[in-house]
Design a protein around this ligand. Structure first.
Ligand SMILES: Cc1ncc(C[n+]2csc(CCOP(=O)(O)OP(=O)(O)O)c2C)c(N)n1
Ligand SMILES: [Mg+2]
Length: 769
């Protein structure tokens, strides 16, 4: 019996006269329809009509799939289906909290079967069968119980510790994804490139050297600009003959929630791309589709080229349990999709070949139902996360002693001497220099200290960066460790995640703070969330350098003088460091790389462009802003600010460009009013060191917060809040802060940013009050 026999009578009846469609077909609960359809189909099947294949023989004539493999794949499909059905039933009872299912996509089990469990996988949310199949690759693992714990948001969920329903598994190299569609292709590509780069650098690799990265997503998600950026970056890489063994798997069910993908669009858009090799496989028919899945995986592994596997699927039971598909899809269309249920086709193969009897299959079907329901009921009894502390436990791991020890570790003297060209030219033996030079020296130092550190971004290599901060690094460490990327911030941050996933230490550069906003989600949604959603099992440590903030004399306008860090400040677990002078910068960078290495943290190093070349503090030629390079055993602990002076009449709290401004204002107050001041340079903008802020605020009579960021959502709000919450809100205090404006070109910028004059005026007003 053709597996779509269920379809034909209903479709023809519908066409003639929609009225007689059976009561079942009209049901709103499509999960029940799909469930009953399967049972009816099996019961009505005429049974064996083909010769029964031996275990190692093609399951049907001409198929690349043998009978034994077919039976296992079918079992994975059934497990996945019953996880979906269980979720629909138990959601209503509040025992399960997630109902986006995999029904109709169970053919993705083929990809899991053909790939290895050490091929890092970044999966679409419809990957139940992929997971069930991959679970076979290691002994002693139970996909049903693991999934049930995840559906139930139990603390014992091995994937995320009850934080989210994600497909993830540490031993199986499945890195959990967020539900942002299309956001994972950049890091999947990054991981593929990292596998190759580690080999070139002779770094120990965490997976076999011929691994591939697998990245699956839906047909609608393939249009997302983030995904398209990753496809383009993969093509750009392959075009140059560079290896990028990533397998993109587009699971095409023809629809995204309620929006149809134009017929044929995925093939039309992807079949002819330069540098992206296209394969199509029927994901609704294991016997048919298997050969193409095998071909795609083998091609990706052997050629090391980006490969696009277009997997035909269907969407059954709606987008999620809450989705009443009947409201936006004609009934006939639902029935048609249900008739293409891949499990009907698998049942047809099993029954017509005599591999299973109808009775045996139904028993098997029911036994998986029972196992899934029992597992879910048991999972519901297991503990759930019970406090904010428990929820946040993996968010921002911090081991201060170990980080301090790592930051000041100096066991690479030989490499250091080689890199800097001998003892005499070690930077700590040179005269004081400005910020850009000291950051450059610090990067040389860190590249020497960490042989797996990689520095990359737009223009960082031969040119040495737009502001020469990375000058000489390419020459010293060569193109495998210091390299230019294509012009795409999402790819830069995706690469960083990929390198980190493969155990390296990425130091990507975002050329200007303003352009971080083009790729914000790669930090906010992706990099910074991995430890949280994997219960700290996966980490993607990195130090992202961003040049930013205002006051550039030579290069005006908003985008090169962006002063907003609001889009960084509220990212859970992210560390933001912002030095104002060269010695601090070097010591802070050491702490950030140590934080990455020891605690797997993601951090941003915000470099104030206008201070790169600043040499003087009070008067032209005084050299007051030059600093000596700190010896490599010196570091600054996370959160520790720098305090200038011990006066108690006025406290300036600031960071970056605001620090020299505050110091100049403090000197003017001393000279004009004999007022004794102190200046606190925060240095770390997230997490804010409230205790230090409050201690100095308590010790001083008046407080001036100098925040070159914006009035709204700037650091100043956090500083004032810390002071007020500590009960010090009665003290005279004022903010000198950037306006809620973009920064205009030329001298007009001074109207919207704090200046020497406005800082001094605010402080004097406080003194007078
Ligand atoms: C960036 C983003 N925008 C919107 C959504 C909401 N959303 C979730 S799934 C989805 C449709 C995805 O369709 P497709 O990629 O075809 O996958 P399918 O669900 O059909 O398997 C949308 C719009 C999201 N998760 N992420
Ligand atoms: Mg879709």
């Amino acid at each position: 019996m053709p597996y779509n026999a269920v379809l034909q009578p209903i479709e023809s009846v519908m066409a003639a006269n929609p009225a007689p469609v059976s009561a079942r077909a009209r049901q709103v609960n499509r999960a029940e329809v799909v469930d009953l359809n399967f049972q009816d189909y099996v019961r009505a099947h005429p049974g064996q009509s083909l010769p029964r294949p031996a275990a190692s023989e093609p399951v049907v004539a001409g198929s690349a799939l043998d009978a034994a493999a077919f039976l296992e794949l079918f079992e994975s499909q059934l497990i996945s289906r019953h996880l979906d059905l269980m979720a629909r039933v138990l959601r209503v009872q509040n025992k399960v909290f997630y109902t986006i299912g995999s029904s109709g996509h169970e053919g993705n089990a083929m990809v899991a079967r053909v790939a290895r469990h050490t091929d890092p996988a970044f999966l679409h949310y419809r990957s139940g069968a992929f997971m069930a199949e991959r679970f076979r690759k290691l002994p002693g693992m139970d996909p049903i119980m693991d999934s049930a714990l995840s559906f139930a948001a139990s603390k014992d969920d091995p994937a995320s510790g009850g934080r989210h329903k994600v497909w993830g598994c540490k031993p199986l190299w499945v890195l959990p994804q967020t539900s942002t569609i299309g956001s994972h292709p950049p890091k999947a590509l990054g991981t593929a490139i990292a596998i190759e780069q580690a080999r070139r650098l002779h770094r120990p690799l965490l997976v076999p050297a011929d691994s591939i990265a697998i990245c699956s997503f839906g047909d609608a998600s393939a249009n997302h600009s983030t995904a398209q950026g990753a496809f383009n970056a993969a093509q750009w890489t392959a075009y140059q003959g560079l290896p990028a063994p990533v397998l993109f798997v587009c699971e095409d069910n023809g629809i995204g929630i309620s929006v149809k993908t134009p017929g044929g669009w995925i093939a039309a858009s992807f079949a002819q791309r330069h540098g992206l090799d296209y394969f199509y496989a029927d994901g609704l028919d294991l016997a048919q589709g298997y050969a193409q899945v095998v071909a795609a995986v083998a091609h990706c592994r052997n050629s090391r080229r980006p490969t696009f596997l277009h997997l035909g699927t269907a969407r059954l039971m709606g987008h999620a349990g809450t989705d009443f598909e009947v409201e936006y899809r004609p009934l006939g269309e639902l029935i048609a999709a249900e008739a293409h249920d891949p499990l009907l086709r698998s049942a047809d193969i099993a029954l017509s070949t005599g591999l299973l009897t109808a009775e045996g299959l139904l028993q098997c079907y029911e036994s998986f139902r029972t196992r899934c329901m029992d597992a879910a009921v048991a999972a519901d009894l297991r503990p759930r996360l019970a406090s904010a502390a428990e929820v946040m436990q993996p968010l921002a791991p911090f081991s201060p002693q170990r980080v301090a020890a790592e930051a000041t570790r100096v066991d690479y003297a030989e490499e250091r001497a080689r890199v800097f060209g001998g003892e005499k030219s070690l930077p700590e033996n040179l005269p004081p220099r400005h910020l850009a030079v000291q950051i450059n020296a610090a990067l040389f130092d860190l590249m020497a200290k960490y042989p797996d550190a990689l520095l990359f971004g737009e223009d960082v290599a031969q040119k040495g960066g737009v502001y020469t901060v990375t000058k000489g690094l390419h020459k010293a460490f060569k193109g495998n460790r210091v390299f230019n990327t294509l012009l795409d911030e999402q790819t830069i941050l995706g690469l960083a995640q990929g390198y980190a996933n493969m155990g390296m230490l990425p130091i990507p550069e975002i050329q200007y703070l303003a352009y971080y906003h083009n790729a914000c989600d790669q930090i906010r949604g992706e990099a910074a969330s991995l430890q949280f959603f994997s219960n700290d099992q996966f980490r993607n440590p990195m130090v992202v350098r961003m040049a930013g903030l205002g006051y550039q004399r030579g290069f005006g306008g908003h985008f090169h003088n962006d002063n907003s860090i609001a889009a960084l400040r509220d990212i859970p677990g992210l560390v933001i460091a912002c030095p104002s002078r060269g010695d601090d910068a070097a010591m802070m960078l050491r702490t950030l790389t140590a934080l990455a290495r020891i605690d797997g943290r993601v951090s941003v190093f915000l470099e104030p462009i206008a201070l790169y070349m600043a040499k003087d503090l009070y008067d032209p030629g005084d050299g007051g802003w030059l600093t000596r390079y700190p010896a490599p055993d010196q570091a600054i602990a996370l959160g520790e600010g720098r305090v200038y002076g011990d006066g108690s009449e006025v406290l300036f709290i600031s960071f970056a460009n605001g620090v020299p401004m505050s110091l100049r204002a403090a000197r003017a107050l001393a000279q004009r009013h004999a007022a004794r001041c102190r200046v606190l340079d925060l240095r770390w903008l997230q997490p804010l060191n409230s205790a230090q802020i409050v201690a100095h605020a308590a010790a001083c009579a008046r407080i001036v917060v100098v925040d070159e960021g914006r009035r709204s959502a700037g650091v100043g709000e956090g500083i004032i809040t810390a002071i007020v919450e500590a009960g010090l809100g009665h003290k005279p205090l004022v903010r000198v802060v950037g306006e809620d404006s973009y920064t205009p070109l030329a001298a007009a910028a001074n109207f919207v940013l704090p200046s020497d004059a406005s800082v001094l005026a605010a402080a004097e007003a406080l003194l007078r009050a």
